[in-house]
Design a protein around this ligand. Structure first.
Ligand code: DGL
Length: 274
């Protein structure tokens, strides 16, 4: 039920860079009828090694920017920013926030070998959210964690395969496979772009778990239940429903967004001076 003043929702999505596009993609395909704003904080990317306070401050600035552009709900499409900042954001802003959940629960439940791998940034692996999730859901399951150092920058540069990408992925994934992991959780939204390269290493018997579809479904539930908003009703083509902003170079964001949706026009990409 929506009240009389409810209005079509605009969903704001942000990430340290282009990684959150892996979440945006799931959201747009589930709800093509909404309007979207996507902000890539590529000038500050990677967030992983940054102090928590710095990430919180970026998350504040970005949230204010997206709300200023009309966002009524914010998806923190970045595991590291979720770990560092979502609690503060919920305290300081009135709009609802949807964050990334490390998909440890489904991986642990579905593991037959009793060993799962988690690939994430240092900020995520050290965060309370992740450690609570492991404690709660990985009971009796061995969790092999690896910091995917360097991977975020490679994705930003569009190096989704090649010698360097392969070398780093092997370095992080081989120890998981050696211990018998049959599920590998992608705990950073940049990593789904490396799926093909990852599968080359793991083969088909290891399940690669990406939380993005679950986050999209959760967003849909929150919007559906909201009194203040209703699903958008636009009939635009999916290429037309999102405005993109970046603090970095436009080409980086254009390249990755168009990998997913080739028809997005130049006029949809904007520089954000924040
Ligand atoms: N996509 C971000 C995440 O999910 C990358 C973090 C970073 O910039 O290091 O964690």
């Amino acid at each position: 039920m929506h009240n009389q003043n409810s209005k079509n929702i605009t969903v704001g999505i942000f990430d340290s860079g282009v990684g959150g596009l892996s979440v945006w993609k799931e959201i747009v395909s589930l709800m093509p009828y909404n309007n979207y704003l996507y902000l890539a904080d590529s000038a500050w990317c990677p967030y992983g090694p940054r102090p928590q306070e710095e990430i919180i401050e970026r998350a504040r600035v970005i949230t204010s920017f997206l709300i200023g552009k009309g966002a009524g709900i914010i998806v923190v499409a970045c595991n590291t920013a979720t770990a560092a900042a979502i609690k503060t954001l919920r305290e300081e802003f009135t709009v609802p926030f949807i964050g990334m959940e490390p998909a440890v629960k489904p991986a642990a439940m579905n593991s037959k070998s009793g060993v799962i791998g988690v690939l994430a940034t240092k900020g995520t692996l050290n965060g309370r959210l992740y450690n609570q999730t492991v404690k709660r859901y990985a009971n009796g399951v061995q969790v092999v964690e690896r910091e995917g150092k360097g991977l975020v920058s490679l994705v930003e540069e569009g190096k989704l395969s090649g010698v360097e990408t392969d070398r780093l992925l092997k370095k992080y994934i081989h120890p998981m496979l050696k211990k018998g992991a049959d599920q590998i959780v992608l705990g950073c939204t940049h990593y789904p772009f490396l799926l093909d390269a990852i599968k080359q290493i793991t083969g088909n018997d290891v399940k690669i778990v990406d939380p993005a579809p679950a986050v999209a479904r959760h967003l849909k539930e929150v919007i559906t239940e909201s009194q203040d908003y209703q699903q958008g009703q636009n009939v635009l083509k999916p290429e037309e429903t999102t405005m993109f902003y970046t603090t970095g170079t436009l080409e980086t964001l254009m390249r990755m967004a168009r990998r997913i949706m080739p028809g997005i026009g130049d006029e949809k990409f904007n520089a954000a001076k924040i």
